[in-house]
Design a protein around this ligand. Structure first.
Ligand SMILES: *[C@@H]1O[C@H](CO)[C@@H](O)[C@H](O)[C@H]1NC(C)=O
Ligand SMILES: *[C@@H]1O[C@H](CO)[C@@H](O)[C@H](O)[C@H]1NC(C)=O
Ligand SMILES: *[C@@H]1O[C@H](CO)[C@@H](O)[C@H](O)[C@H]1NC(C)=O
Length: 402
C-alpha cells in the first residue's frame, strides 16, 4: 500500500511540474514532453494496479489464518464438484486426489496397507512439501488431474489466466500445457488455504495425528451421498473404477464373485461413512468443530446456502463472482454432463435417476447392505417397486445433526 501511495504522490508531483512547464515555456515545444509526463506515470500506475496482488506475498498472510481442508468422500458422490467450489476460490491452493499416485504406484498393496502412506502424503501436501511425490512418480510426469487446480492454472504457475478468474480445466490444460512441477511448492505457499479432496480414506483413525498436529489447522468436510445413487453412478463407469476397486478389495477380488464386486464396494463405502461419522462424534469439542458433514442432496437442493456454509467452515469469504458462478453452474437444464442440476423438477429427476433405472431387487439388496448408514444419514428405504418408481414418495429425511 505504501508503494501505491508514493506512486500516487509522484504522479501528482509530475502533474505540478507539468503545469509549471506548460505555463512557463512555449506550449508547442513542450507538448510532447507534457504528454509523456502525464501519460507515462499513469500507465505505470495502471500496470501496478493490474499486476500487484497482496495475496502474492506469503509474508502478508498471518500463520493463524492458514487453513488445511480435507474433503473426505467416495467415488461418484459429488466430490469433484465440491472440490471445484474450493479450487476456484482465489485464496485456495487445491489438489484433487493426490493419493491417486500412491495407489497407482503401489497397486500391489490394499487400501488398508496404503492408508498411512496416503496420510503422510496428504500431510506433506498440506505443508506444501511436494518432495513426497518423488516416491511415487517419475521426475518428468505430471500430477494427476493438475488442471482441475485453478492455482496451477494461474500465476506464478501459468500466466495465461488471472488468479481471480474462474478457470475451466479444459482451457487450462490447453493453454498451460504441461504443468511445471518445480513451481508447485512456490504456488502452494502463496495461498492461505490448502484444500485436498480424497476418496482414499476409509476411517478417521489415520487422520487423528493430522487433526491434533499443531503445525496444521485441519478441517474435514465429510461429503456423503445416497448409496443407491452412488451405486447407479458407479455402474456407468465401472471400467474406470476397476483399478481402485482392486485396491479396495485387496486379495479378495479373486475370491469374490464378479457380480458381487459392486456390492462389496458399496458395503465398504457405506461402512466407512458410518465409521467416520461416528468417530467424529467422539472427538473432543475442540476437534469436533473441525468436522462438517454434508449430504450431496442438500447441496443440490440449496447450492448457495450450502456453499456459504462450506466457505464459512473453511474461513473463506463467499466473493460476489463466486456467488454468480455457483448460481450459473447449478442452474443447468436437462440431462447434461454436469453432475449438478437444480432446475426444480428436472433436478429431482436426475438426482433420483436410480429410481427409474435400477431394478428393484438390486435396490433392496443394497438397502440391506447399507441399512445402518442410510438410517444414520437420513436416507429412507423404498419398500416396494411402486414406491421406488413413484417420485412423489420421499427418500430423504431432514438430517438432524448434533
Ligand atoms: C513409481 O514411482 C517411481 C518413482 O519413485 C517411478 O520410477 C516408477 O515408474 C513408478 N511406477 C509406476 C508403476 O508408476
Ligand atoms: C425422468 O427422466 C426419464 C429419462 O429421461 C424420463 O423417462 C422420465 O419420464 C422423467 N420423469 C419425470 C418425472 O420427469
Ligand atoms: C405416489 O406417492 C404419493 C405420496 O405418497 C401418493 O399420494 C400417490 O398416490 C402415489 N402414486 C401412485 C401412482 O401410487
Amino acid at each position: 500500500m505504501d508503494t501505491q501511495q508514493s506512486l500516487t504522490s509522484v504522479y501528482f508531483s509530475y502533474l505540478q511540474q507539468a503545469a509549471c512547464f506548460a505555463s512557463c515555456t512555449m506550449f508547442w515545444a513542450n507538448k510532447i514532453k507534457l504528454l509523456a509526463l502525464l501519460v507515462l506515470p499513469f500507465l505505470a500506475f495502471l500496470l501496478f494496479q493490474t499486476f500487484y496482488h497482496p495475496s502474492y506475498s506469503p509474508g502478508l498472510i498471518g500463520k493463524s489464518s492458514h487453513k488445511h481442508v480435507l474433503i473426505l468422500s467416495s467415488w461418484r458422490s459429488g466430490s469433484s464438484f465440491v472440490g471445484q467450489l474450493f479450487s476456484q476460490h482465489p485464496n485456495v491452493f487445491y489438489l484433487m486426489e493426490p493419493a491417486w499416485h500412491v495407489w497407482t504406484n503401489l497397486s500391489c498393496g490394499n487400501a488398508g496397507q496404503l492408508q498411512m502412506a496416503v496420510r503422510d502424503l496428504v500431510r506433506s501436501v498440506f505443508l506444501c512439501d511436494m518432495s513426497v511425490f518423488d516416491a511415487y512418480m517419475a521426475q518428468d510426469s505430471s500430477l494427476f488431474q493438475w488442471e482441475t487446480s485453478r492455482a496451477l492454472c494461474s500465476p506464478p504457475a501459468c500466466h495465461f489466466f488471472n488468479r481471480e478468474a474462474i478457470i475451466p480445466w479444459a482451457d487450462c490444460k490447453t493453454l498451460c500445457g504441461k504443468q511445471p512441477f518445480n513451481t508447485i511448492e512456490e504456488v502452494c505457499r502463496s495461498y492461505s488455504h490448502v484444500v485436498i479432496k480424497e476418496v482414499r480414506f476409509f476411517s478417521l483413525k489415520p487422520l487423528h495425528p493430522l487433526l491434533t498436529d499443531p503445525s496444521l489447522n485441519l478441517h474435514i468436510i465429510h461429503l456423503i451421498r445416497d448409496p443407491r445413487a452412488i451405486f447407479h453412478s458407479r455402474k456407468n463407469i465401472e471400467v474406470e473404477l476397476i483399478a481402485d476397486s482392486h485396491v479396495v478389495m485387496g486379495t479378495q477380488w479373486k475370491t469374490i464373485k464378479k457380480e458381487d464386486h459392486p456390492y462389496y464396494m458399496m458395503k465398504t463405502i457405506c461402512q466407512s461413512h458410518k465409521e467416520i461419522y461416528e468417530a467424529a462424534q467422539l472427538l473432543p469439542d475442540s476437534l469436533r468443530e473441525r468436522y462438517l458433514l454434508i449430504r450431496y442432496e442438500d447441496l443440490v437442493q440449496d447450492p448457495l446456502i450450502q456453499t456459504a456454509k462450506l466457505y464459512e467452515f473453511a474461513g473463506l469469504p463467499f466473493l460476489p463472482h463466486l456467488q454468480k458462478w455457483v448460481q450459473i453452474i447449478t442452474q443447468g437444464k436437462g440431462m447434461g454432463k454436469h453432475p449438478f442440476h437444480t432446475d426444480s423438477r428436472n433436478a429431482r429427476n436426475i438426482s433420483q435417476a436410480w429410481r427409474w433405472s435400477l431394478p428393484h431387487d438390486r435396490v433392496v439388496k443394497l438397502q440391506k447392505i447399507c441399512k445402518d448408514t442410510m438410517d444414520l444419514m437420513g436416507y429412507l428405504p423404498v419398500l416396494s417397486e411402486e414406491d421406488q418408481r413413484n417420485l412423489s414418495m420421499l427418500v430423504l429425511s431432514t438430517l438432524e445433526l448434533p
